[in-house]
Design a protein around this ligand. Structure first.
Ligand code: ADP
Ligand code: MG
Length: 481
């Protein structure tokens, strides 16, 4: 079964296709059934992403013509779903031998019933934003798991979360446009962006779903270059500028890509001027993104800038707890706590570790214990067992108390020097596997009893003085991260 692809300008279709030759009602019913079967076959998300926009243009002889609004969508649907569409049509109507997929929009003059039967082109589900990634290996532009429901809120991310919520509720509110989310790897930037997109796509209360284009900066560039190559930059521009919300993930990728930056800058301005919402993520704040053009940085910073901070133990624990519950696996609190303490780098690794435990538990149908956690995750845990050196501790503690590192080994006993030195000894005992005499040697050849005294004294002070305890804890955490 051959599938022809060609481009069709508005109006061309009708000169060739005469739906009047077919029983129109019957045709619409057939098309509705074909669509229902497609939906059942590929699932809701995929259907909404790619197939909802396919519209019936008409039937001529043994050939059905369906249309899509952009060339990219046409090519993608043809490649991925062409056979399926043809097969379902043939099952509906054995007279059909060929399905032609073209670009085009519904035109006036199309039989009204036909226009109704086809998916309205403007009703883009967010996942079916016109600006889909052009790289055909990314069929799932939005991750289903990344919703507001599954996002665990804690101190480090509550502000970013609130901003994201706000934008999802009322896009393009002054002061929130653009929304610029930044933070290190795995802290939830992409998750929040997808959550906004999902929310806007399922808007209730009689509000129409907004059309959202989400893509990484890398894909933005890839698409732009492709458009240049195929001389379709106008199409690319129009596509991007027709959305309600444009989201660009990992903007730092555009550093050094001057032409793409320029294009992005213009798109950005056009959308903001038209009252559309922009959401950006990056690994740094706009002012720290050196390498981006100044005028772009300025514009990026003039809406809401929200950063996602490094996770805390509490947040990591809550995330693990939520994910374990979602997975329906009972993970003892001790194991969760252990993971939350050990895997501090980012949430992605945390999740990966938990997934492995969950898979293990399901496979062997055994309850999870600390032993299994150690066994299953020994490689991950070893990687996180970063060796902290006494020198590092001395440096951090000196910095913190604003004294010279050399004082760690000096004989001076003034309180403002002796106390930080004791804290450093205490931390050396806690965070390294060095013996007391060994630690003593690093602190100006002090005796092991001096070290023991320091450890005891600091332990006492931690119990007595909350502020002191917090200070030491902060130092410990910075050293551990
Ligand atoms: P980023 O884009 O900042 O690098 P992601 O959004 O891809 O990070 O997050 C990495 C992983 O961690 C994802 O699986 C995401 O669902 C999860 N994650 C991050 N933050 C949270 C959170 N607060 N609650 C639940 N899951 C989270
Ligand atoms: Mg990301």
């Amino acid at each position: 079964m051959s599938l022809e692809i060609s481009s069709m300008r508005d109006g061309d279709a009708l000169s060739r296709i005469s739906p009047a030759r077919q029983d129109e009602v019957g045709l619409n019913e057939q098309w509705a059934r074909v669509r229902a079967r497609l939906q059942a076959e590929v699932g809701e998300v995929e259907y909404r992403t790619w197939l909802k926009q396919v519209a019936l243009a008409g039937v001529a002889g043994d050939e059905v013509t369906v249309i899509l609004p952009t060339r990219f969508l046409r090519d993608w649907v043809n490649k991925e779903y062409g056979e399926l569409i043809t097969a379902f049509w043939q099952a509906e109507n054995p007279a059909i031998r060929n399905v032609e997929i073209r670009t085009g929009t519904q035109t006036r003059g199309t039989a009204p019933s036909l226009a109704e039967a086809s998916a309205p082109v403007q009703a883009l589900a967010p996942a079916a934003a016109p600006a889909q990634p052009a790289r055909p290996d990314s069929a799932a532009p939005l991750d289903q798991r990344f919703t507001f429901d599954t996002f665990v809120v804690g101190k480090p991310n509550e502000f970013a979360y609130a901003c994201a919520r706000r934008v999802a509720e009322a896009p393009a509110t002054p002061g929130f446009n653009p929304l610029f989310l930044y933070g290190g790897v795995g802290l939830g930037k992409t998750h929040l962006m997808h959550a906004i997109a999902w929310e806007l796509s399922n808007r209730g209360n009689g509000r129409a779903p907004a059309s959202v284009a989400y893509m990484s900066a890398e894909k933005f560039m890839y698409r732009f270059i492709n458009a240049l190559r195929s001389q379709s930059t106008l199409e690319f521009k129009n596509e991007l500028r027709s959305v309600d919300v444009l989201m660009i993930d990992d903007l730092q990728f555009l550093i050094g890509k001057d032409n793409t930056q320029e294009e992005f800058f213009h798109t950005f301005n056009a959308l903001v001027d038209a009252g559309k919402q922009i959401v950006i993520s990056a690994d740094k704040s706009p002012s720290d993104l050196s390498g981006l053009e100044d005028r772009l940085r300025t514009r990026l910073g003039c809406g809401m800038v929200a950063d996602l901070h490094a996770t805390t133990f509490e947040l990591r624990y809550s995330i693990l707890e939520a994910k374990a519950q979602r997975a329906g696996v009972e993970v003892p609190a001790k194991v969760l706590e252990f993971l939350a303490r050990k895997i501090t780098t980012n949430n992605r690794e945390l999740e990966g570790a938990l997934n492995r435990l969950v898979a293990h538990a399901n496979l062997f149908n055994r309850p999870l214990t600390m032993e299994t956690a150690h066994e299953v995750l020994h490689d991950v845990l070893r990687a996180h067992d970063r060796k902290i050196s006494i020198q590092e501790i001395q440096k951090k503690v000196s910095e913190h108390y604003n004294i010279r590192v050399s004082e760690m080994s000096s004989a001076r006993r003034a309180r403002n020097i002796a106390r930080p030195r004791q804290i450093a000894m205490y931390l050396a005992k806690q965070l390294t596997s060095k013996s007391l005499p060994d630690i003593g040697r690093h602190f100006g050849d002090r005796d092991h009893t001096t070290v023991m005294h320091a450890v005891n004294r600091v332990t006492e002070l931690i119990a007595q003085d909350v502020a002191f305890a917090e200070d030491v804890d902060l130092l410990r955490r910075t050293l551990e991260s």
